[in-house]
Design a protein around this ligand. Structure first.
Ligand code: NDP
Ligand code: 2IT
Length: 449
């Protein structure tokens, strides 16, 4: 519940003006519930209409993306880029290609990205984009033609000092490469810093592919150590999803001594009591682009269950949702709690519904919001841009070391803010407050823009 009068008024107005944007309103509510711990100390924010400006994107771009499939049929998708806030740096954030993409989803992601990027300690503003295009089942040639058409419009809005996109759901190395190729052809310049997640032979950074998933585990490890006086050692972990974030999250927590016993895709989940064989999983997902069901056909002792949400019925110590927004509802969270879980760390953006967050917090589980625990991906995108600017490549170890330090620093910033607000260990509160204060300070300094 938002108690503060100013925040209530801004929210009521936002709700009135954006009635068809439930995901965006959900993300704002979560943040406002935290900001009420600091807003009273800053009457100057209200005078400067700071929260009204903070919740209104600086620019929203929506465009037509026509493309031709392998049979010569013409398709039209919708493209988006929401350039939300540039107070502390150029807009930065991924592109999502998924049929569920709409303006509400892109605005919620762009809004979260402002605070996440602020937490990384790097100079990056917040933005997000994407399309309702579904890359699933499309040939490489179709994906290439779509990416080229998408970039033929997007190119005029981006640049290393303006806005730097990257990947997200449905956008990985293949898509980033096609988009970079088209950008380079149109502008006739090799501008590495225009997009991140590039291939290693054309300006990509070692460890960017691994960064989000690894970062989630580095952050989780800090929470386990400092708040729970515990570690991943010997823990049974459930990781939902089986895409980029889930794969490398599973890899790192296995390295840290845990056993990953279940993973999913949008159709269902696999259970492997012996620990998911990541060589097999990576081959199925990265090389064959096949369904996770194939894993149970190939690995003796494992099982496949239809329905991705049922993954939360698996008895485990730690749950790390790494698929999509609202993938864990209150019922899922309560089942985890009943089964004795000690922690939920978000790998995806906003994977827990408000009811699930309330249940997890009430039961006193360790919890981290995505904007803190998955910030390692965009942080390493920032490191990719740094390398592009200085025209050098750091080793895997160098990047990984910087990533780990950034995740530790984010934990500390969130923890310190939670202490200052009188709720030590509340990582949601800490992340929102620490992320916001830096942006607020910059916005106040820059005048009414
Ligand atoms: P991928 O496209 O690589 O993988 C997404 C995974 O989630 C797939 O297994 C997919 O299954 C599953 N999934 C997607 N939508 C749904 C849904 N509605 N319900 C259930 N399962 C679903 O994406 P990423 O791994 O890159 O992204 C995962 C999450 O992490 C997203 O929330 C993203 O915003 C966030 N994130 C990503 C970062 C990055 O660097 N890539 C950085 C920070 C956060 P299927 O194949 O069946 O669709
Ligand atoms: O949600 C995210 O932080 C991402 N998809 C990564 C964004 C980026 O610019 O690397």
């Amino acid at each position: 519940m938002i108690q503060n009068e100013y925040l209530q008024r801004v929210y009521a107005d936002l709700e009135k003006r954006n009635p068809n944007e439930p995901e965006f309103l959900q993300a704002v509510t979560e943040v406002f519930e935290s900001l009420q711990y600091v807003v009273d100390k800053h009457p100057e924010w209200e005078e400067a209409a700071l929260l009204e400006r903070f919740t209104e994107p600086e620019r929203v771009i929506e465009f037509r993306v026509p493309w031709v499939d392998d049979n010569g049929k013409v398709h039209v998708n919708r493209g988006y880029r929401v350039q939300f806030n540039s107070a502390i740096g150029p807009y930065k954030g991924g592109l999502r290609f998924h049929p569920s993409v709409n303006l509400s989803v892109i605005k919620f992601l762009g809004f979260e990205q402002i605070l996440k990027n602020s937490l990384t300690t790097l100079p990056m503003g917040g933005g997000k984009g994407g399309s309702d295009f579904d890359p699933k089942g499309k040939s490489d040639a179709e994906v290439m033609r779509f990416c080229q058409s998408f970039m033929t419009e997007l190119y005029r809005h981006i640049g290393q000092f303006t806005d730097t996109p990257a990947g997200d759901i449905g956008v990985g190395g293949r898509e980033v490469a096609y988009m970079f190729g088209q950008y380079k052809k149109i502008v006739d310049r090799f501008e590495g810093g225009v997009i991140t997640g590039k291939g290693l032979t054309f300006g990509g950074s070692l460890a960017r592919t691994e960064a989000t998933g690894f970062g989630v585990c580095y952050f989780a490890n800090e929470v386990l150590k400092n708040i729970g006086h515990d570690s991943f050692e010997g823990k049974k972990v459930v990781v939902s999803g089986s895409g980029n974030v889930a794969q490398f999250c599973a890899k790192k927590c296995t390295e840290m001594g845990a056993t990953v016993i279940a993973m999913s895709d949008s159709a269902g989940y696999i259970y492997d009591p012996n620990g998911v064989n990541l060589d097999v999983l990576f081959d199925i997902k990265q090389k064959r682009r096949a369904r996770i069901k194939v894993y149970a056909d190939e690995v003796p002792g494992s099982e496949y269950h239809e329905g991705c949400k049922n993954i939360w019925n698996t008895v485990c110590d730690i749950a790390i949702p790494c698929a999509s927004q609202n993938e864990m509802d209150e019922e899922g969270a309560k089942t985890l709690i009943k089964n004795g879980a000690i922690a939920v760390f978000e790998g995806a953006n906003m994977p827990l519904t408000p009811g699930a967050i309330a249940a997890v917090q009430e039961a006193n589980l360790m919890y981290s919001p995505g904007k803190a625990s998955n910030a390692g991906g965009v942080a390493t995108s920032g490191l990719e841009m740094s390398q592009n600017s200085i025209r050098m490549n750091w080793t895997f170890e160098e990047v990984d070391e910087k990533l780990e330090k950034i995740m530790k620093d984010i934990f500390k910033a969130c923890y310190d803010a939670s202490v200052e607000c009188g709720r030590p260990g509340d990582m949601m509160l800490g992340a929102n407050v620490a992320g916001f204060l830096k942006v607020a300070n910059a916005m106040m300094a820059q005048g009414i823009v």
